[in-house]
Design a protein around this ligand. Sequence first.
Ligand code: ADP
Ligand code: MG
Length: 352
Amino acid sequence: MFRYRRCLGIIVIILALLGSTGCGAQAGSIESESRLPISDHYFIFDTIVNLRVYDERITPEHFAEMKELLDGIDGKMNRLREGSELDRVNQNAGRSPTPVSDETYRIVSTALQYAAASGGHFDPTVGPLVELWGIGSESAAVPDQQQLADALQLIDYTSVSLDESSHSISLPQAGMSLDLGAIAKGYAADVLAAYLKEQGFESAIIDLGGNILALGAKPDGSSWSIGVQDPEQARGQHLGVLKVKDKTIVTSGVYERFFEEQGKVYHHILSPFDGYPVDNDLQSVTIVTEGSMDADAMSTAAFSLGMQEGRKFIERLETAEAIFVTKNREIYVTSGLKQGFQLTNDTYRLMN
Ligand code: ADP
Ligand code: MG
């Protein structure tokens, strides 16, 4: 997972303390009085991590512990990290079950649930396809038909066995591999949020390469303003703003990681059905909900399903809201977000 360098970088940018939303002046005064937010940023998971905590009690030790938490997750769930739990599961494919930690077991079982719920459009067994395309790596290239056909044979979430009693995972066929790139970053954001809460911090923005978790509210009790990246523009250009408290905002889009060959763009969300980058009517899907692991899985699933099915998929989930951006610049917002979302780029049309 997380193996790809971002092409345009962060999907959703934080506008929390900027701009025309009425919070700029307040934020300025907080900052001059008290140095807030206190932040940390670095590169892990092949992702830019940006943590901002709005509480003066946060210390470098807290930040160090958070980094350790992230490194621990990467050490378990990064299929490219030699000796990681996921690597061991993948190496044992076609041979024997691999016992894993509660954590990894839970993420894999959640991923399999989303695979079933999305009719296989989200599929954590896409490892061989991800490997084949190499999107984000130096060797990214369009595979030939035979290679694609061979990889597709290895993709089947229904064949993964989980054994609850021993917490072990097995892949029945050699060459199969699990990839948690579409869910683990969200999980990591949840882990950091739980850590901060446990330590008594109530106001923070956790940004894992565009997977945003807005913990609590701003220090003055008002909502955060989170920008939704314009999928057609460079990083930092947003098409709208979301007002939220205690929510996660996660986007999947065509522009996130990609390469170009002969004038055609190939992005990193792959169809387990034809083996190519998902090509439908969507440019991006943004999910707004409580848990970031769920949001991460949902955004990839809804994006892969396409506008119509993706919308039905989200509407069936009571606690999730979404913003769908189509290739012809139409924006569909689920009912619960109608109040909280403001379109700021008028080259897009907000639909009913
Ligand atoms: P990002 O990592 O940019 O936030 P996503 O959460 O949508 O984007 O995850 C994309 C990653 O998930 C890919 O880089 C790959 O590792 C993996 N992946 C690609 N296609 C699928 C799919 N159909 N189902 C599940 N995971 C996928
Ligand atoms: Mg995802």
